[in-house]
Design a protein around this ligand. Structure first.
Ligand SMILES: C[S@@+](CC[C@H](N)C(=O)[O-])C[C@H]1O[C@@H](n2cnc3c(N)ncnc32)[C@H](O)[C@@H]1O
Length: 286
């Protein structure tokens, strides 16, 4: 059984109408898409993801709701196509649950995990060319340090970048995790390579640019009265969402529904520790 992050809160803020059309921009394993579909009668949900493997899992996990879900393979920058391909101009609500899915994180062959050995891949979309391996083995030390500092929000970025360049060629996820761990000792609860992995993942998948594109496109894709709900896991991303939603509010294009971000309950964090940094924000389009 797969419990999506902030599942009840997503449903509350999306305020699903049984006859509505919804867009789940990040279908993942189908958790949120399935929960939306369960509330629909004549409506349907477009379940989008740029990871073809995840879409197959989402399809299998929501098989009993198949008549209410339409799958679309694409990235945020192609979301207009996801909607228009269904013969509609706008949807009645959009959810995006950013980052990587539990499937992507735990499947060692995808190369996202610090804990199991796998290729340095980290591509959400496996048809893309650039992999994490190319970045760690060919990028300039300064570029690597900047990514780790800015995207990973890791203060010891320079030391880590130097160690990476010295250890080249780096062959696998555990090899990289070990190089980082030897360069910077563990200080807190996090594995010392966590932020480095996160930064590389963000570069490989152009996550900043994709989020910008999502924030540009979403308001135009959701009909008046419909909601845009976004869950982010990093302060960098939450800041972008907060600023975009505020400016939509100031321009009179939307009403901000979450003055402060909505976060998981103690119970949810206990049951699913990966949810602990989740922040949900929502607007209603005018
Ligand atoms: C946290 S998971 C979503 C989990 C999902 N809400 C569920 O309940 O199963 C994020 C998903 O978004 C996808 N994703 C991330 N960035 C994307 C982008 N720019 N375009 C399309 N999909 C993206 C990832 O491939 C991943 O499957």
């Amino acid at each position: 059984m797969h419990y999506p992050v902030l599942g009840a809160e997503v449903m509350e803020y999306l305020a699903v109408r049984p006859d509505g059309i919804y867009l789940d921009a990040t279908a993942g394993l189908g958790g949120h898409a399935g929960a939306i579909a369960r509330r629909l009668t004549t409506g349907w949900v477009i379940a989008n993801d740029r990871d073809a493997e995840s879409l197959e899992f989402a399809r299998a996990n929501t098989a009993e709701l198949a008549d209410r879900i339409r799958f679309h393979y694409g990235k945020f920058s192609e979301l207009e196509t996801a909607v228009w391909a269904q013969g509609v101009a706008k949807v009645n609500g959009l959810i995006a649950d950013l980052g990587v899915s539990r499937y992507q994180l735990t499947e060692s062959h995808r190369g996202f995990s610090i804990l199991t050995d796998g290729p340095l891949d980290m591509r959400m979309d496996q048809s893309q060319r650039l992999t994490a391996g190319e970045l760690v083995n060919s990028a300039a030390e300064k570029a690597i340090a900047d990514w780790i500092y800015q995207l990973g929000e890791e203060r010891r970025a320079r030391k880590i970048a130097r160690a990476i360049v010295r250890a080249r060629p780096i062959r696998s996820t555990l090899h990289l995790a070990g190089v980082v761990e030897r360069a910077v000792p563990r200080t807190g609860r996090l594995h010392p390579a966590t932020r480095t992995f996160m930064a590389l993942r963000m570069v490989v998948n152009e996550e900043q640019a994709e989020l910008d594109r999502l924030l540009d496109l979403a308001p135009g894709l959701v009909a008046a009265g419909g909601r845009v709900v976004i869950i982010s896991f990093m302060s960098l991303e939450d800041r972008k969402v907060k600023e975009k939603f505020r400016s939509l509010g100031r321009e009179g294009r939307a009403a901000v529904l979450t003055k402060h971000p909505v976060t998981p309950s103690e119970k949810e964090i206990h049951e699913n520790p990966a949810s602990r940094s989740a922040k949900l924000r929502a607007v209603e389009m005018k």
